[in-house]
Each structure stands twice: as C-alpha cells, then as structure tokens.
Design a protein around this ligand. Structure first.
Ligand code: UGA
Length: 445
C-alpha cells in the first residue's frame, strides 16, 4: 500500500521504516529540511538499535522516501499518518498545535477519499478536532471528499522500538466505519499473520487506551517506589519484596523495579495529560496525582541518600566533592534525556557545590547540548575514566556494562569509598565485601 507519514520523530520514523520493511511504499514528511536531507543521505537523527540499517536498506530499495513536500506525500498516500509531537503546554495538557497543523495541511491538499490516522499520543476527543480541521479546509476549497479519522496509538518502547513495531503485542484500531477498519487491516496484515493482534474499538476508547496503558505502567513504578521508601524505613529489602510479589501472575514481573523515578518522553507527560483531561471533564484523578507526586519525590531520592551519607559528621558535606555519574539517559539503549532522573540529580549536586564526572554510552552528545560548557561538569569516555579522581560513584541508568563492574577497582579509584545506586544493580554483600559503603533504593540504611 502507499503510505504517507507526517513527522519523522521517534514514532513516525520507526513506524514508517517498519511499514516499508514489510513492503509498503512509504513517504515520510517533515518540515525540518535539514533533517529530511540528512535522512535522505542516511543520517539517522535518533539512536535506536536496528533502525539505521533498516532505514538505509528500505531507502535504497525505493520503498522509503523523505520529503518536505506535503502535497506530493498526500497525493501518494492511501493512508495518511499523523505522527508529530504533542509536547505538554504550561498546565501539562497535550499541545495539539502540530497535530492540527498537519490536519489542516491534509485538508488543503487531499484530492480524494482518505483515511487519516492519529498515531501521536493525543487526548480523548482529538480525532474529532482533526476531523473538524480537515472539514474546514475542505469547505474553504469548496470540495467534499469523504474521509475517516482513525485512532491507532503506538506502543513502542525506546531502545526496543524496531522489535516492538515489527512484532507488536496488539494493534489498537479505533474507527467508526468498516471501510476504514478494513484498510487498516490490510496495512497491518504483514504484522498480523500468526494470530489476530488487532483490537477494534471506537475512536475515543482507542485514544483513552493509550493513556490508560502508560498510566497503569507508571502507577506500577510509583507503587514500587513507595514500597521501597517504606522498606527503607522499616528495615526491609525491597528487592526481596519484589521477588516475593512478582511471581503472582496477577502482579507480574514487569515494571515493578524501584529506582530513581521514571523519565522519558511518555510517562511523565502522559500521566499529567490524562490527569488534565480528567479534570477538564470534572473528575479529580487522585490516583494519577499521587503517581506523579511519588515520581517527583523519587527523582530527588538519590540526592537525599548522598546528603544523608555526607551529613553524617566526619565529612564536611557534599560541597567540593566530585561525583562519578554512570548513566545520563532516562533508561538504557537510548540517548534520550527527556525528563531523565539524571537531570534532577546533576542540578542538585551542582546546587550543593559538587562537581560531576559523567559517563553515558550514548547520551553524552545530548547532555552536552542540554548542559553546555560548565566548570563543574566533565564528560568521560568510559566508566573507569569517570571514577578517576572522584570521591563517590552514583549509578543513575542501568546500562548493561554497569552491571558487573570490578568493585576492587572502584574502591581503588574512589576517595570516599561509597557507591550510590539508583537502579539496585548490585548485591549489597558483594559490594560491601570490597570495602565500599553502598546505598541503593529501598534496601536499608
Ligand atoms: C513507554 C511505554 O513502556 C511504551 O509501551 C509506550 O509506547 C511508550 O512509553 C510511549 O508512550 O511512547 P518508554 O518511555 O520508551 O516507553 O520507556 P519505558 O521502558 O517504559 O521506561 C520508562 C521509564 O520507567 C524509564 O525511566 C525507566 O527507567 C522507568 N522504569 C521502568 C522503572 O523505573 N521501573 C520499571 O520497573 C520500569
């Protein structure tokens, strides 16, 4: 089939590439000329495992093209995806200006019946707004094309996006008319061979499904962080508690890892946006408010542990100390630092007069862009280099390469012999046997 995708950000680029990979002819549109030129030369603007070779192969095969020319893309597409960003505006609601601008562009250029698909994460009711924007433009042109607006939310995880897209566990299609559903079924048929992964529903339910999924996952994380905070006070070990509850299939092993708080472009934004939607419809979302509040508190927890250690007396506090920081990205396998817990931690360390020597396998470039040049920040080329001359180590992101370090080497490098672990990567007995003091999340002290 012929597909047009508006927005070559995370969602648009991965979706477009995977649709090309299964044989569709995809044109990706972006208003950013430099990005489009880069993509046409094989420069991928994000780090995502497996994406680059797939983009290049499909581009070379002529199934994947990048352009700034919206009109030609609209003429090409039997299905028109809207996959542009929905950044939060001041009150946390999703800002629809980019989505509605694409809708207007479609209305201005479309020249036959169309299926318009919302792939961006958008609040309940957005499909109606997209429909109205397209209709207005059609009316202004004095034409009357038949079109559908479908909600087809994405469930990609950064770092696993290509795999999630190629092997989805479900494909949610919110549509009103059978013809639109059958066109979407044809589009997704290559991903839907072994069993039917397509879940059909009405448009508003599909829109809400996306938020419900992310809010449920965020709730699990905040719940576990709350349990970790209780464990810390009552002298229990949250890691043992986690193992003790995960085997219950009603609870499950996923998303029950306590840590330094959830970040990224989705959970913080989506929990807030769903809360705002609830309030707009007259419902105070007490649970969602608590999920967000717990997460905000949790992002400051590593620093609290650091302060607790350094305020113990023999030391003169955090000021003047140098901290090795392992991991800056909001999670492993990405260079994304949006809402990353590391950002809060670094700011707190700097505010307290400390210095940072940071290493992240992928996010250094992004961190340089965010923080710029500062005297109290040095980027290191590897994990060992970050330890050199540091007083203490803080682990913020659970990259695989941080999982089994040489504790003897850490002890030899650090001046204060203390490790703060925001992701519970180590066994307290192992690390303490090496002569290091160890602080983790919800594990005593
Ligand atoms: C999330 C969802 O997992 C995807 O299903 C969804 O499609 C996506 O948002 C989206 O809406 O686009 P993502 O933000 O890429 O995906 O990252 P996750 O792997 O979900 O991690 C989010 C945050 O939660 C990370 O900061 C991670 O460190 C944290 N987390 C995750 C925990 O603290 N504990 C856990 O047990 C799991």
């Amino acid at each position: 089939m012929r597909v047009a995708i508006f927005g070559t950000g995370y969602v648009g680029l991965v979706t477009g590439t995977c649709l090309a990979e299964v044989g569709h002819h995809v044109v990706c549109v972006d208003i950013d000329q430099a990005k489009v030129e880069g993509l046409n030369r094989g420069v991928i603007p994000i780090y995502e495992p497996g994406l680059e070779p797939m983009v290049k192969a499909n581009h070379a095969a002529g199934r994947l093209r990048f352009t700034t020319d919206a009109a030609s893309a609209i003429a090409h597409g039997e299905v028109l995806f809207i996959a542009v960003g929905t950044p939060p505006d001041e009150d946390g609601s999703a800002d629809l200006k980019y989505v509605l601008a694409v809708a207007r562009t479609i209305g201005r250029h479309v020249d036959g019946p169309a299926v318009v698909v919302n792939k961006s994460t958008v609040p309940v009711g957005t499909a109606d707004k997209v429909r109205a924007a397209i209709s207005e433009e059609l009316q202004a042109r004095g034409v009357d094309h038949d079109f559908d607006v479908v909600s087809n939310p994405e469930f990609l995880k950064e770092g696993d996006a290509v795999a999630d897209c190629m092997r989805p566990d479900r494909i949610v299609i919110g549509a009103t008319r059978p013809a639109a559903v059958s066109r979407m079924r044809r589009l997704y048929a290559p991903f839907n061979r072994n069993r039917d992964r397509i879940v059909e529903m009405d448009v508003r339910s599909a829109e809400l499904t996306k938020y419900a999924a992310n809010a449920m996952l965020a709730t699990k994380i905040s719940f576990m962080n709350e349990i970790a905070n209780i464990a810390e006070r009552v002298g229990a070990d949250v890691e043992q508690v986690r193992k003790g509850i995960g085997s219950d299939p009603r609870i499950g092993w996923h998303f029950i890892y306590p840590g330094a708080g959830y970040g990224g472009s989705c959970f913080p934004k989506d929990v807030q946006a769903l809360a705002r939607t609830a309030q707009q419809y007259g419902h105070e979302p007490q649970l969602l408010n608590a999920v967000e509040a717990v997460n905000n508190g949790q992002k400051g927890h590593l620093f609290e542990l650091i302060q607790r250690h350094y305020d113990r007396g023999e030391d003169e506090g955090v000021a003047g100390k140098t901290f090795a920081v392992w991991g800056l990205a909001f999670k492993p396998n990405t260079d994304d630092m949006r809402e990353a817990s590391s950002r809060r931690l670094l700011q707190q360390l700097w505010d307290a007069g400390a210095r940072v020597q940071a290493f992240d396998p992928e996010a250094t470039h992004e961190a340089q862009r965010i923080f710029g040049e500062r005297d109290d920040l040095r980027f290191c080329d590897n994990a060992d280099a970050a330890l050199e001359g540091a007083d203490a180590l803080v682990v913020v992101t659970e990259w695989k390469q941080f999982r089994s370090p040489d504790f003897g080497r850490i002890k030899a490098a650090l001046k204060d012999d203390v490790v703060f672990d925001g992701r519970n990567l180590y066994e307290p007995v192992d690390i303490e046997a090496a002569g290091l003091a160890y602080y983790a999340i919800g594990r005593g002290r």
